[in-house]
Design a protein around this ligand. Structure first.
Ligand code: PLP
Length: 387
């Protein structure tokens, strides 16, 4: 009989994927469903990027790429970040950068500090690599951000990494330079702790969002910045991301990658090079569009009794507190509320528990305004029924 490896214990398909699939299923069955579940820009990959991919394929860039990435793309990433090419590893999405880093560094029982709410995959990737994810609750009252005292209290001799994600999925929280410096000051006393700074939403910040490399240069020797083209250039399907960090770490991660994928798709690398070196105005245009949607969502949420929301400073998610609706409807938890919303008003949202913070829901505004308005109308109708 089939037997799963022990390392897969507790690791399932993410609740986000499950919900999106259930919404699609209901739609196929003819039901009127609107879903704000996916974290994927609703605009297409820019045409000049697609053209560069065509050209690369035509020009025969169809052979195994170098494991760590093409020299051109590594150089372009390094230039942008003020790093050396040898400090850059190109991978199959930002997700593989995270997996490479954890597989390359964690021994059984090593601890990774993960501020909650967090992107759903962080804990599972750590667990898959044999580490122990340690959740640090960061409530709305703290703007969903890790406080230096909480960081200091959580560090043990087994702590290997702190994971930061600014702008954050799911809260949109952005750490300012002072906040990053305060966390860095705590880490100065704990040289065994490295920092993984996931900056994949840095192009979508509505307030200044410094990179950890700039805000905490003293940590450079133990910082891994994770970034990619998925969100900024609407290239989620191309599976292309990168890590920037010290050479020894990058080398270890490349060793993992060499045995897992042999390196990222050559065509996608050519496309990413065109994205990074081509016109950048589209980033500002998209940011303005997302900011307008953010304002629209926040205004609508503020008008719904039983819901309160910390306005997101970046990314394309809102993470409102819905305890009022959970209590009003007598639901067991946020997941039960989300099931009810889907069945009763045809609205798919992701429960906060998927991000390590129950009592909330995540609502993605990477959708057309028409869909966002429809979803918020449904939420208001639901709230009125639950009051
Ligand atoms: N990091 C965060 C915080 C994300 O939200 C996502 C995607 O949802 C990723 C990383 C994964 O990015 P990629 O598609 O490049 O693997």
């Amino acid at each position: 009989p089939f037997r799963r490896a022990e390392r897969l214990a507790g690791i399932e398909i993410s609740e986000i994927v499950q919900l999106s699939e259930r919404a699609a299923e209901l739609r196929r069955a003819g039901q009127d469903v609107v879903a704000l579940t996916t974290g994927e820009p609703d605009f297409p990959t820019p045409p000049h990027v697609v053209a560069a991919a065509h050209a690369a394929a035509e020009a025969g860039q169809t052979r195994y790429p170098p494991t760590a990435g093409t020299p051109e793309l590594r150089a372009a990433i390094a230039r942008q970040a003020g790093a050396e090419a040898a400090e850059v590893l190109v991978s199959t999405g930002a997700k593989q950068v995270l997996a490479n880093a954890m597989l390359a560094t964690l021994d059984p029982g090593d601890e990774v500090l993960i501020p909650a709410p967090f992107w759903t995959s962080y804990g599972d990737i750590v667990a898959l690599a044999g580490g122990r994810p340690v959740r640090l609750p960061c409530p709305a009252a703290d703007g969903f951000k890790l406080r230096p005292e909480a960081l200091a209290a959580a560090i043990t001799p087994r702590t290997r990494w702190l994971m930061l994600n600014s702008p954050s999925n799911p809260t949109g929280a952005v750490y300012g330079p002072g906040e990053l410096a305060a966390l860095a000051a705590v880490l100065a006393d704990h040289p065994q702790v490295w920092v993984l700074s996931d900056e994949i939403y840095s192009h979508l910040a509505y307030v200044p969002a410094p990179s950890l490399r700039d805000a905490a240069p003293g940590l450079a020797e133990r910082t891994l910045v994770v970034d990619g083209v998925s969100k900024a250039f609407a290239m989620t399907g191309w599976r292309l991301g990168w890590g920037i960090g010290p050479r020894a770490l990058i080398g270890a991660m490349a060793a993992v990658q060499g045995q897992v994928t042999s390196g990222a798709c050559s065509i996608s690398q050519a496309a990413a090079l065109a994205a990074l070196t081509g016109p950048q105005e589209l980033l500002a245009d998209r940011r303005a569009a997302f900011r307008a949607r953010r304002d629209r969502v926040c205004a609508a949420l503020a008008a719904i009794p039983g819901i309160s929301c910390v306005p997101p400073d970046g990314a394309f998610y809102a993470f409102p507190d819905v305890t009022g609706l959970i209590l009003g409807g007598g639901f067991a938890d946020d997941a039960a509320l989300c099931r009810w919303l889907l069945d009763e008003v045809g609205l798919a949202l992701v429960p906060g528990r998927a991000f390590g913070m129950p009592g909330h829901v995540r609502l993605s505004f990477a959708y057309a305004e028409r869909e966002i308005d429809d979803a918020l109308d449904r939420l208001a109708t639901a709230a009125a029924r639950l009051a």
